[in-house]
Design a protein around this ligand. Structure first.
Ligand SMILES: C[S@@+](CC[C@H](N)C(=O)[O-])C[C@H]1O[C@@H](n2cnc3c(N)ncnc32)[C@H](O)[C@@H]1O
Length: 274
């Protein structure tokens, strides 16, 4: 695992004399960091102590060429700014400031738990349409036999590699991550091949095709009879959010025969059964 840290660990290093026990994996474990002649030694690299004075709140940092580098990148290709953002527990990711998990009124971990609860009991084969940081896939894999997930953006997969809480998407044998678009890939699945579907797309503005009638038809086709769908409904503002999920329900009803279609405020999403 690549060492990763925040201002908290930087301050521990700045306040240390000869050595300090600090976490370089967001609290999962602790590592002894030696301080030698004005340098902190991390993963065999000597970083000048002054580097740690530059560390700001609201960012994660990794070590590169004996300097500290923010975990944030701009891609010319997608025209998006990607940032791993510290929260009270698991990091979230922002794509040009739009967070991919709820993280203000509830933490990303709690956000994931509420989504997984919607498809309980989680069992059999699960389709997690949009991997993101892999939290829904990883939590579903605790109970399911297999989780199939997709991520179309290589920059997001790159951030997963740095995030200690995303590692299972690469190591858990029950999880099959494909780097590609679910919009194109869904047609390769046989009808009635999933017991549960988690559809957690970005906003409509970013990925309108993932809210289209054609895509909803495909979600219905690949779901087994008795299966449960959870579809996250981004709510930009309370009034706008209501109009938005009502429209999503209208489209799900028009395009599919999903039943018991209901919006649940606790998970900010729609649950439906086949
Ligand atoms: C809201 S996040 C998913 C969060 C995820 N459930 C988690 O637990 O971290 C949406 C993700 O979908 C990805 N995405 C957007 N369009 C996609 C597509 N057509 N196929 C697969 N992934 C897509 C985005 O890059 C983003 O990482």
């Amino acid at each position: 695992m690549i060492p990763i840290f925040t201002k908290k660990e930087a301050e521990q290093i700045l306040n240390a004399e000869d050595s300090v026990e600090a976490s370089l994996d967001l609290g999962l474990s602790k590592t002894k960091i030696d301080i030698e002649d004005g340098f902190a030694v991390i993963a065999g690299q000597k970083i000048p102590i002054d580097e740690f004075k530059k560390v700001k709140e609201g960012f994660f940092y990794v070590v590169e060429d004996s300097t500290l580098k923010k975990v944030a990148i701009f891609s010319d290709e997608t025209n998006l700014y990607y940032k791993l953002l510290p929260t009270t527990d698991w990091p979230t990711i922002t794509l040009s400031s739009v967070p991919m998990h709820r993280h203000i009124h509830m933490s990303p971990k709690r956000d994931t738990e509420t989504k997984i609860k919607e498809i309980s009991p989680v069992k059999g084969r699960v389709l997690d349409t949009c991997c993101g940081l892999g939290y829904t896939a990883i939590m579903a894999a605790k109970y399911a036999d297999e989780v199939i997930t997709f991520e179309r953006d290589e920059n997001v997969v790159g951030l997963c590699r740095l995030n200690p809480f995303s590692q299972e998407i690469f190591t858990n044998k029950k999880i099959k991550l494909t780097e590609g678009s679910i919009f194109e890939e869904i047609s390769r699945f046989k009808s009635e091949s999933f017991d549960r579907i988690i559809h957690d797309p970005p906003t409509f503005k970013v990925s309108p095709e993932l809210y289209s009638d054609g895509f909803y038809e495909e979600l219905y086709r690949v779901m087994k009879k008795g299966g449960i769908l959870y579809h996250y409904a981004p709510s930009p503002g309370k009034t706008k959010g209501k109009a938005f999920y009502e429209n999503m329900i209208k489209h799900l009803k028009a395009a599919t025969d999903f039943e018991d279609i209901e919006y649940h405020e606790r998970s900010s999403g729609i649950r439906a059964t086949k």
